[in-house]
Design a binder for this molecule. Structure first.
Ligand code: NOJ
Length: 751
């Protein structure tokens, strides 16, 4: 008896101490949220779920209607209020005059810089340099937060395999591994070390999910992605954003497998909250809640509100279905009050984490905007984003004594070099290639004839002047590409070659002058080059590189900087090849160079037969123009001595992949060594190879370095046909080299 009671006391003491333990483990923010929630009326709760949009172009006084709505606690967040006085006034009303003084969050699309514009995200992805991406995001936060923007709708983490899709410019490219590394860099950069610091900007992982798989690359279009593919390719960058501490997600415009993602419980609840334990909040995309009516998924606004809230959208961007119907839906019992409380709790939790209750106001620091340091970082990012695609006869870097003809519509296009999604960047701050050339070479050493006024210009009137200028020069520096407005949201293209008369002009210059042509492309996507690739001697892909594009490009072509960018996406030969991505499946008849039958190899009158033909195009083969990971340097590198630390691994183990890289040239340069792994046989078919690691390695002239990249068996697991994450025993190959076509290989086993 005595024994039992001692045991009972010991047990209850244990329970009490566990309880205390739990109580002290509880985040104090949760208590603050609970006590605030207890004081809020239904109107205020619904108010927190509303994000109102204002257009930054609207001038004139602040609307009384908006002020009243804020005063009554009917708005939780605002997007695009880009007038500092209005930001201050609206926040003051929210904090001082609304019933519970809950601060507003001001949001904005700060995608690749605020005033100091960095390269478009696809360009930043080409740096393969997460540290640089992180610093760029940090700078964007430091600048934007001084205007009161504490929430950016970035990073965009949509895997994109179709360069016709205009939004590929905003994406991290086609690869889930690279995109995940960049996801972490962006989130940590925007949010800083402390989200509550007034110079931090909360990130938003968007667009959850599948938006990049839009059919035919047509924006807003249907996405059909089977679940293992979704989990293996499209979801990883989003999950990584959570690991990095992202506080918000945005549900996209698209439908996925028949259900619009803004009403998709499987994605927003099962995956995001139950599997990934996300405890921040989800905002819809602009009107994406009410667009579920046009999708044919909801009868009317009320049903849209019901489906979005039930699925897990906590805040509605701009459309007002929640504002209009959540009250009614709660009265009728179709939505439980507990559900609304869960939504509001998530929003308040994030507002507390952002420190808004302690410091709701922006801190004005005009001196940080466009500071020298920021411009220098933007230039460095632009330099590292440049991908050298072709360099016949080592025409680049250009020898200083060469006389240049500078031709083309993008040589002096200050607005276009900024790229898509730059609401706050100003073209007057841009330094164009023309300006940079004048500064570095002086006006004597080149003739400038744009010949085309803008990228779509079809006029041939200035062709002769361009030919005349070219004749007086040693080298033609042709600045081509596409205007910023040809990529980005709602700007998909069916033809992705150089638009307007650019191709004709290049051909005319070549035919009439025979001078070497260096083509510098500034564009928001890969550009198909099939019509002109043989007319140009060098090709430099500079993306839309932002404010400092000009000096960056000039540093590259003059040799002051050595190109180190690598493609974050396969570059197709033609539109007909799309989708063209490196981590495809083998098929039962894998294409191979050995057996390839081209269109001209088929005898006239040949008998219909599939024999000898594999999964390829007769005319464009089966490889892209340039593979994923590709990019040249002015230096040259060789790889050898590849070893694996073991040829057998068991679950939980690591493997060290070791190899030597030698700089075989007399120039210093950076090589980005890449590791690809093939899982040879799986319970569902596996991609031909997948990127699993990379390292940027700086090498002095003739220097040799031994590089080590470690992979863990976790890196080799994948979602099987039952959507379970598994590591399957069997044989694997590792490839090491400078792009996705790397051939140096070793095999190993997982047992
Ligand atoms: C629509 C876009 O899809 C999204 O990316 C953006 O953040 C919102 N508009 C807000 O501008």
């Amino acid at each position: 008896m005595k024994k039992i009671s001692i045991l009972a006391i010991a047990f209850s003491t244990f329970l009490i101490s566990c309880d205390n333990q739990l109580a002290s483990d509880r985040d104090p923010i949760e208590d603050k949220v609970d006590s605030l929630l207890a004081k809020m009326t239904l109107t205020e709760k619904i108010g927190q779920t509303a994000q109102r949009g204002t257009s930054s172009r609207v001038k004139g006084p602040l609307s009384e209607e908006l002020k009243t709505a804020v005063r009554e606690g009917r708005i939780g967040s605002l997007i695009n209020v880009m007038n500092k006085k209005y930001v201050d006034e609206l926040q003051r009303i929210a904090v001082e005059e609304s019933p519970n003084g809950i601060p507003l969050i001001f949001g904005r699309d700060v995608i690749h810089g605020f005033k100091t514009i960095f390269p478009i995200p696809l360009g930043q992805a080409a740096t393969w340099n997460p540290q640089l991406v992180r610093e760029g995001a940090r700078i964007a936060a430091v600048e934007a937060s001084t205007f009161g923007v504490r929430w950016t709708f970035a990073p965009m983490l949509d895997i994109a395999r179709d360069p016709r899709w205009g939004r590929i410019a905003e994406s991290p490219g086609e690869d889930p591994y690279l995109a995940s590394i960049l996801s972490e860099a962006y989130v940590k950069g925007f949010q800083g070390d402390d989200l509550a610091n007034p110079s931090s900007m909360m990130a938003c992982a968007k667009h959850f999910v599948g938006y990049g798989a839009a059919e035919g690359g047509r924006d807003y279009n249907t996405a059909i992605i089977h679940e293992p593919l979704l989990r293996n390719v499209y979801l990883p960058p989003f999950q990584k954003a959570i690991d990095a501490g992202v506080q918000t997600f945005m549900s996209g415009f698209n439908e996925l497998n028949g259900v619009p993602v803004s009403g998709n419980q499987f994605l927003l609840d099962q995956i995001l909250r139950q599997e990934w334990k996300f405890d921040g909040f989800v905002v819809s995309d602009w009107n994406s809640v009410t667009e579920m009516i046009a999708h044919g998924y909801c009868q009317d606004e009320k049903e849209a509100a019901l489906k979005a809230a039930t699925a897990g959208v906590d805040m509605e961007m701009t459309s007002q279905a929640y504002d209009n119907y959540l009250g009614e839906l709660i009265d009728s019992g179709e939505i439980d009050l507990a559900q609304l409380d869960r939504m509001v709790r998530a929003i308040l939790r994030v507002k507390f984490r952002m420190g808004l209750f302690d410091q709701p106001y922006r801190i004005d620091k005009p001196e940080v905007v466009l500071s020298e340091e920021h411009l220098e970082k933007a230039k460095n990012s632009a330099v590292q984003s440049v991908v050298l695609l072709k360099n016949d006869n080592k025409i680049l870097p250009l020898a200083s004594e060469k006389k240049l003809a500078v031709i083309g519509p993008m040589a002096d296009a200050p607005l276009d070099q900024l790229g898509t999604w730059v609401f706050d960047g100003n073209q007057k701050d841009s330094v164009t290639p023309l300006t940079a050339l004048k500064e570095s070479l002086g006006t004597e050493s080149f003739n400038f004839v744009p010949a085309l006024d803008y990228s779509r210009d079809r006029s041939e009137l200035q062709f002769q002047a361009a030919v005349d200028a070219a004749r007086k020069s040693d080298v033609i520096l042709f600045f081509g590409g596409e205007e910023a407005i040809l990529s980005g949201e709602a700007h998909s293209r069916a033809h992705i070659n150089l638009p307007g008369a650019q191709e004709r002009l290049i051909k005319e210059l070549k035919r009439k002058t025979k001078k070497p042509i260096v083509l510098v492309i500034q564009a928001g996507r890969p550009i198909t080059l099939e019509n002109i690739i043989n007319d140009v001697d060098a090709i430099v892909m500079a993306w839309h590189a932002g404010t400092m594009a000009g000096p960056a490009i000039v540093d590259i072509i003059s040799g002051k900087a050595n190109p180190s960018g690598r493609l974050p996406i396969s570059w197709p030969k033609s539109v007909g090849q799309i989708p063209m991505y490196y981590n495809y499946k083998n098929t039962g008849r894998p294409a191979s160079a050995k057996t390839f039958v081209g269109i001209d190899d088929i005898p006239r009158g040949a008998w219909q037969s599939s024999l000898g033909n594999e999964s390829h195009y007769l005319d464009d083969g089966f490889t892209p123009q340039y593979p994923f990971g590709y990019g040249l340097s002015y230096a040259s590198f060789s790889y050898d001595n590849m070893t694996l630390s073991s040829d057998t691994l068991s679950e939980g183990a690591e493997m060290i992949i070791r190899f030597d890289i030698t700089n075989t040239s007399h120039l210093e340069g950076v090589e980005t060594a890449q590791i690809y792994v093939q899982d040879k046989v799986g319970s569902i078919t596996r991609p031909v190879r997948e990127l699993k690691g990379f390292k940027r390695v700086n090498l002095k002239p003739l220097e040799k370095k031994t590089v080590e990249i470690i992979i863990h068996t976790d890196d080799l697991s994948f979602y099987n046909g039952n959507n379970q994450l598994v590591l399957e025993p069997g044989e694997f190959s590792v490839f090491v080299g400078s792009n996705a076509q790397a051939t140096m290989r070793k095999d190993f086993w997982i047992r």
